[in-house]
Design a protein around this ligand. Sequence first.
Ligand code: IPE
Ligand code: IPE
Ligand code: MG
Length: 252
Amino acid sequence: MKKYLVQDSAAMLPYHIAIIMDGNGRWARARDLPRTAGHKAGMEALRTIVWHARVRGLRWLTLYAFSSENWSRPAEEVERLLSLLKLFICCDLVELHKKNIKIHVIGERRNLTKDIIALFCEAETLTSKNTGLNLVVAFNYSGRNEIVRAVKSIAIEVEAGRIKDSDIDDRLFASHMDTALMPDPDLIIRTSGEMRLSNFLLWQAAYSELSFVPCFWPDFSVVDFDTAVAGFCQRKRRFGALEQPQDVRKVV
Ligand code: IPE
Ligand code: IPE
Ligand code: MG
């Protein structure tokens, strides 16, 4: 006889959450503050959510910190965003390491200044053996750019005769992405009420659940995080197949 087990809610928790932290500028404008004040407040929200995700036992958290397109903002704003990110890594690295968090950075590194590249390398190297939360920072990142870089690196392999075009499949392609060793996000949260991906994890988001939250990123709280996770737990993921009998999973 078939045996079924009522799916325990822990098994349904997302393994990987990715967040598009949007709305810093509008948060500041609503308070008659400069946009840069919104970015500073956004950095505080980032800290809170990282610590909370760790306490909740999440395995992977990816944060969209700066897109390839964000360079087109005024120089002063870009400068402020970069210095806040540097400050976060410099000031929090020891604490992140102590808390067993493993840092990864995705995005195009070519053309970044030496000090930023050095900071990323230091953070990744120092935390490389940690076994707790995997914290992925998407910086100078765009999904299309990542895909184009993957295509180029595969073309080089083919040209050198190391692989054949018939070897190219989803798996091989994914292994040439910045996210090669990472699971796809189960849940992507975007704050600020905008309902788009803005070039974030285009390949990896194929079967992600999406959650659009109305509040601006600096107001995003641990309660909002838990609410998004609870919403995720109600979703039925089918991956193109048919739904399993409701809330049960075959064990034998
Ligand atoms: C997100 O907030 C921060 C980054 C994009 C780096 P925004 O700066 O985009 O804020 P809004 O969307 O203009 O309110
Ligand atoms: C997406 O937000 C990028 C980050 C959160 C880093 P944007 O504010 O840049 O996106 P658009 O311009 O509203 O699509
Ligand atoms: Mg925005």
